[in-house]
Design a protein around this ligand. Structure first.
Ligand SMILES: Cc1cc2nc3c(=O)[nH]c(=O)nc-3n(C[C@H](O)[C@H](O)[C@H](O)COP(=O)(O)O)c2cc1C
Length: 212
């Protein structure tokens, strides 16, 4: 069985994640890992080649990793896709790779294959969930089956991106707490509005009677 790991990176963090993912895949008996990078845009490659900053160093470290092709995707039995977050979404290079898969979509080549996604952000609330969700959508269009990291995996309970599940596990974040405004504050606000309407109605009625 072939599992394809595809990543994009500028500063190297997602490459580190991808290497960790690759190591995890390799630890499963009978599974072959195929490790690829999302093709970089030619104009970005040119800038990186000409530069001397940190991104150029990362580029030089990774440029020999083979860029992902449609054949890689077609031949894979499963896909793990990683992109850094750019404004709460995947990078344009990763999206360009996904947008090149129309022939795979039409032929149904990716249908029924499992897929997972991973990302890296600079900030805690910088859009990890939005990036992962938006990366999943084209994979669903391709007919892939999304697989998350299960909570039986060590350390998952304490991760920030798992906020929805933390909510269920910590009494102070019990989702029912968010219903309290509806149960208590809202009814009391409704009663107050009702009372004020009644008193206005009463005064209008009083004025009406006094004028007649
Ligand atoms: C154009 C641009 C947009 C970014 N948008 C976000 C963002 O929405 N949220 C965030 O937390 N970090 C954002 N970042 C920071 C990167 O997501 C972060 O540095 C990432 O981990 C870098 O991954 P890499 O080292 O694999 O390139 C942005 C960075 C760039 C250059």
């Amino acid at each position: 069985m072939k599992i394809l790991v595809v990543y994009h990176t500028t500063y190297g963090h997602t490459l580190q994640l991808a290497r960790a993912v690759e190591a995890g895949v390799k630890s499963v008996a009978g599974v072959q890992t195929v490790f690829r990078r999302a093709p970089e845009f030619p104009h970005v490659e040119k800038e990186l080649e000409a530069g001397d900053g940190y991104a150029t160093k990362i580029w030089k470290d990774q440029k020999d990793i083979q860029p992902c092709t449609l054949d890689d995707l077609r031949e894979a039995d499963g896909l793990l896709l990683g992109s850094p977050t750019r404004y709460g979404n995947m990078t344009a290079a990763m999206k360009a790779l996904i947008d090149s898969t129309a022939s795979l979509w039409v032929s149904g080549a990716m249908e029924g294959k499992p897929a997972g996604v991973f990302t890296s952000t600079a900030t805690t609330h910088g859009g990890q969930e939005t990036t992962c969700l938006t990366m999943m959508i084209p994979l669903i269009h391709l007919g892939m089956l999304i697989v998350g990291v299960p909570y039986s995996a060590e350390g998952m309970i304490h991760t920030q991106p798992a906020a929805a599940v933390l909510t269920a596990h910590r009494p102070s974040r019990d989702p029912r707490v968010s219903l309290l405004p509806l149960r208590k504050i809202w009814p009391s606000a409704v009663s107050r509005a009702n009372a004020s309407l009644n008193s206005r109605k009463k005064s209008v009625v009083k004025r009406w009677f006094s004028s007649t």
